[in-house]
Structure formats: C-alpha cells, structure tokens
Design a protein around this ligand. Structure first.
Ligand SMILES: NC(=O)C1=CN([C@@H]2O[C@H](COP(=O)(O)OP(=O)(O)OC[C@H]3O[C@@H](n4cnc5c(N)ncnc54)[C@H](OP(=O)(O)O)[C@@H]3O)[C@@H](O)[C@H]2O)C=CC1
Ligand SMILES: N[C@@H](CC=O)C(=O)O
Ligand code: NA
Length: 430
C-alpha cells in the first residue's frame, strides 16, 4: 500500500482545515482508498507566520514550484487563491501528470475550460467541489445525481459573506460595515471582500454551475452582476412588511423549447414562504429545478475552514479512488451546446420598486399610466407617508415584466416630475 503523496498549496483558512481532516480522519480515508494519504509538502507565502496548527517546519516552502516539480508528489491541492500565477502552477502540475484538487472559483470560472482540457489531454483529474457553495456537494450532484435530467433552473445563495451580512442586517438591524468586519474575522470573506459584496464571487460560482447545469460554456461575462453594497436597512424593512426576505441570489434559467438562457446575480426579494428565504447566516443553498425531477434544494455551510475542507478532501478521495481504478481524466461534463443567451425582451420577472413621490392628487395615476404604456402589469401598490417630509413612499410590485420594458419604465420615470427619486428596484422571486 504505497502512500499517496499530496502537495498542498496554501495553509490559510481552507488549507488548515484540509490538514485537520486528512490527519483526523486518516483511518477512514485510507480504508476508503486503500492507502495512506500523506501531506508531503506545503507552500505558504511566509514560513515564519504563526499558524494555528502544528506543522513540521521542514514541510513548508515559500516556492510553490518546488511542489509542482517534485516527482514524489501525486496530487496537488490548491487552496491558496490567485488567478494568473496559480493557473501556471496548475497547468504545469497537470503537464507533469499530477492530479489537481482546487477550491478556486476565480480560476475555474475564468480558465476552467483550458484547465479541464489539459487534464483530459494528460489523463489527470481536476476536481473543484469546494469552489461553489463550500461544503455542499453541488458540483457532484449536478454532474452525477442529475446526469439523467435536463436542468431548467438553478437558483442559489452561493456567497456566505453576503448572506451573513444580509441576515444580520435583517434580523438584528446590524450595520453593513460591522457585519462585514465580522465575516472577515471568521474567515468567510475573500482576501479582497469587494468580490463578495459586489457579487463577483457569486457570479463566478454561477458561471461554474451554469456550465455544468446547461452543458454550455457559460463565461463570467455572460453573468449580469449587481452586489449588495447599495442595499439599505430601509429596503430590507419594506420588503419584510410585504412578506419578502432580501437575498443575494444567483439565478440561471433556460427555456425548454430553444435552450436560451439568462444568468444573473443580484439582490432579490424572495417570498418568505420559499425555502431559500429561510437560509440565513453563512449558510448557502442551491435550488435546482430539473425537467424530470422537479424541485430540489441543497443546503449547508458555504464558507469556513472545516466545511470547505470537507469538499476538498472528498475530491482528494475521488482522485485517489480513480488512481486505484486507473480511470483518471474522464471528463464527466463536456459542454456541447451552442450558447444562446436570452435578449432583454425575453428575460422576465417580477419587480419591486420603492419610489419617493410628491404626496398630492393624481400622482398614482401618472405613475400607473407609465407602467401601462410599456405593458407592465402591477401586482400590488402600497403608499405610506414619509415620517420626516411631506413626501410619500410608494411601493410597487409588478407581475412578470420583460427586462426591456422595465428599463423603459425606469427611463420614463426620470422625466416624470411627480417622482422625486426611484429609491430602489429589486427582482422578486417566489
Ligand atoms: N475561506 C473560505 O471559506 C473559502 C475559500 N475558498 C477558496 O479557497 C482558496 C483559499 O482560501 P482561504 O483559505 O480562505 O485563503 P487564505 O487567505 O486564508 O489562505 C491563503 C493561503 O495561501 C498562501 N499563499 C497565498 N499566496 C501564496 C503564494 N504566492 N505562494 C505560496 N503560498 C501562498 C497563504 O500563505 P500565508 O499563510 O503564509 O499567508 C495562505 O496560507 C481561495 O481560492 C478561496 O476563494 C473556497 C470556498 C470557501
Ligand atoms: N468568500 C466566499 C467564500 C467561499 O467561497 C463566501 O463568502 O462564500
Ligand atoms: Na461545493
């Protein structure tokens, strides 16, 4: 039973969890794969940094190339982040016949197809379960569990940091900045948290899920993105009054007839009866609607040391099982469908609008007339006085309306004197 030797790139939040699981669950792991799994070398930025795990200093290196070029290493586990240089490490590891496990959604969303092609050429595995929804086995579910179905919709809370922030703002009335700092301290946020709060991290994950679900090559530029930095406590409070929770949702859906799809990430008001509305804190959830299976939903921790490491080590087990069977490099999903993105006329959903208007006769009529002009039908209209001024706030929820029509409505509102400000506009689901 020759041990399987692993080179670990990164010993931060996730890398530390990987060592804890490989050491703590060694008996179970080796009994599954038939040989011990050894973390042979570990690359870090600074060897002298104080760590919250005991590690033999001689295993550490500040040069990832030492690991990539080490002929003794069978599998490279990349949990250090970064894009361009990390891509070079991974491509070279594959070139040398090493299998790769990565948690890096930034890399996989941008260069996944190149990396997977190299892996296939070299008969190596590249697994990336931890890259989307941390501890939830959603990639494996889409590839294996739903291999028999046609996925029509994927809707996910796929960023733990923003869900943590929105939940605390909603439940505790906490301030955005304080909660962001807490998420950073807990190891949920990216090294640059802008990618969390501006929705880029979620967009990268949705590009990965869209590619797997729709079997077409979804690129990051196909995802329309809006983050949560402009969401206010007031928006959340109004949404609650109407029975909605605010969530940063990734939504990918496609048409049954012609496979046209749309994919977006945006703060969304979800009806509080929908199961995804109850997903709070750092938890993630991915709702998948399959033509045959119908509705399903997967829930779990989307970030953090041990949940993320669970997925990384599960991938490691899969690599080693394939090694024993001699079946590495079999690509499970090959995107084969031509990409057909929906036009703005074809994208339709409900909208929530919060308007600040003059409180006088005829205002509502003028506003509803604009909606009628662009064929947007309304589900509800609520007016409440503003406690501090002589203005009124109007909250409108539309029925399904095309994105193109809504853009025209909003453009027209800019010219309407009775509307002092369009305070917020959100997509509504559920
Ligand atoms: N944190 C989470 O909950 C999740 C993270 N991920 C992804 O996992 C990856 C790792 O995240 P996380 O553990 O949070 O990141 P951390 O910032 O906590 O850790 C990064 C690690 O990589 C090392 N490192 C960084 N750059 C280099 C380099 N050039 N050469 C050698 N070592 C380097 C750092 O060294 P040093 O310790 O010396 O600074 C550190 O040990 C990222 O791709 C992230 O997006 C995915 C899912 C969840
Ligand atoms: N920063 C990410 C970490 C996991 O991918 C998040 O908050 O979800
Ligand atoms: Na996952």
């Amino acid at each position: 039973m020759k041990p399987v030797k692993v080179g670990l790139l990164g010993l931060g939040t996730v890398g530390t969890g990987v060592i804890r699981i490989v050491e703590g669950h060694q008996e179970d792991l080796s009994s599954q794969v038939g040989s011990p799994i050894i973390i042979e070398r570990v690359a870090v930025k600074s060897i002298d940094k104080k760590r919250n795990i005991d590690i033999d200093r001689s295993k550490l290196t500040e040069d990832p190339w030492e690991i990539i070029r080490d002929p003794e290493i069978d599998v490279v586990v990349e949990v250090m982040g970064g894009i361009e240089s990390t891509k070079d490490y991974i491509l070279e590891a594959l070139e040398r016949g090493k299998h790769v496990v990565t948690a890096n959604k930034d890399l996989m969303a941008l260069y996944g197809s190149e990396i997977l092609a190299k892996a296939q050429e070299k008969q190596c595995d590249v697994f990336y379960e931890a890259s989307v929804a941390g501890g939830i086995p959603i990639i494996r579910t889409l590839i294996e569990g739903f291999s028999s179905d046609r996925i029509m919709k994927i809707m996910g809370i796929v960023n733990g940091t923003t869900n943590f922030i929105l939940s605390k703002m909603s439940q505790e009335g906490a301030s955005y900045d304080d909660v962001l700092t807490e998420a950073q301290q807990l190891g949920y946020a990216e090294s640059d948290p802008t990618s969390d709060v501006e929705g880029l991290d979620a967009a990268r994950k949705m590009a990965i899920l869209g590619t797997l679900g729709f079997r077409t090559n979804v690129e990051l530029t196909d995802v329309t993105v809006r983050g949560i930095s402009s969401v206010t406590k007031e928006d959340i409070a109004y949404a609650k009054r109407l029975g909605y929770e605010m969530k940063l949702l990734g939504i990918a859906d496609r048409d049954r007839e012609d496979d046209q799809f749309s994919i977006s990430v945006q703060p969304t008001l979800v009806k509080n009866t929908h199961p995804i509305a109850a997903v709070n804190g750092v938890y993630n959830a991915v709702y998948v609607y399959g033509e045959a299976v119908g509705e399903t939903m997967f829930y779990g921790a989307g970030a953090g040391e041990m949940p993320t490491a669970t997925s990384v080590v599960a991938d490691l087990v899969a690599v080693v099982k394939n090694l024993k069977l001699g079946v590495n490099g079999l690509k499970a999903i090959v995107p084969y469908k031509a990409k057909k993105l929906k036009s703005d006329e074809a994208i339709a959903y409900k909208n929530f609008l919060l308007l600040n208007v003059a409180d006088k006769a005829g205002v509502l009529a003028k506003i509803t007339q604009v909606f009628a002009e662009y064929d947007v039908s309304l589900e509800s209209v609520v007016q409440s006085p503003n406690a501090y001024t002589s203005d009124a706030e109007i909250i409108i929820v539309t029925h399904n309306a095309s994105k193109a029509s809504m853009d025209k409505v909003l453009k027209h509102f800019e010219t309407l004197e009775v509307i002092k400000r369009v305070k917020s506009v959100y997509r509504v689901e559920g």
